[in-house]
Design a protein around this ligand. Structure first.
Ligand code: IMP
Length: 192
């Protein structure tokens, strides 16, 4: 296995994965654009498995997928797997979340990322997870990043993800942790 098909249509996601996996000397490719996979799983891992496995079955090659989102303790883990669907735009989603948390003292939240790799027969052979714990602020701070970054504060750094330079976010983020966990497992698979 030297080539991995990424279960995404987003070239930005491939570039990010290439950075995380640069030590492995792997070629990453986008899934065929006509292949649309409905995320019907009820966990991040279930959705990552579904995307990796269906892509592998269609392209008959090793495939990788990730799935991520924000879980807020006071909202019983919502928006969770619905993070991307919580509103029409990043601004709407942030506004909705802040409204739901008005007068709520418990601001604990975590970003979660699941990754799955499937073999060309669609069987999941590796899965990893990464978690980044933080707090939801009462207002947005910072201009960088995307999604919920401006309201997600990392107490150890005293900055939101949107205030951090991307290298700093890349040291702490749920995705960075999930890919760090993936690296030795994928290396072992490549060596086998
Ligand atoms: P996906 O798994 O990359 O499709 O992410 C799903 C949704 O979770 C995104 O649309 C964002 O709303 C949210 N999300 C995931 N990762 C991040 C992050 O690092 N910062 C901010 N929002 C994120």
């Amino acid at each position: 296995m030297k080539k991995l098909v990424v279960a995404t249509g987003n070239p930005g996601k491939i570039r990010e994965m290439e950075e995380y996996l640069q030590k492995l000397n792997l070629e990453l490719a986008l899934k065929p654009p006509e292949l649309e996979i409905e995320e019907t799983g009820d966990t991040f891992l279930a959705n990552a498995r579904l995307k990796a496995s269906q892509t592998a079955l269609v392209v008959k090659k090793w495939s990788i997928a990730d799935d991520s989102g924000l879980m807020v303790s006071a909202l019983n883990g919502q928006p969770g797997i619905y993070s991307a669907r919580y509103g029409k735009s990043d601004q709407d989603r942030i506004k909705r979340l802040l409204t739901e948390l008005v007068n709520i003292d418990n601001r604990d939240a975590q970003f979660f990322c699941a990754i799955a790799i499937a073999n060309p027969q669609g069987k999941i052979v590796i899965e990893t997870e990464g978690i980044c714990k933080g707090e939801i602020l009462t207002e947005a701070k910072g201009e960088s990043g995307f999604g919920y970054d401006p309201i997600f504060d990392l107490p150890s750094v005293k900055q939101t993800f949107a205030q951090m330079p991307s290298e700093l976010k890349g040291q702490h983020s749920h995705r960075a942790i999930a890919f760090a966990n993936l690296q030795p497992l994928l290396q072992a698979l490549l060596n086998s």
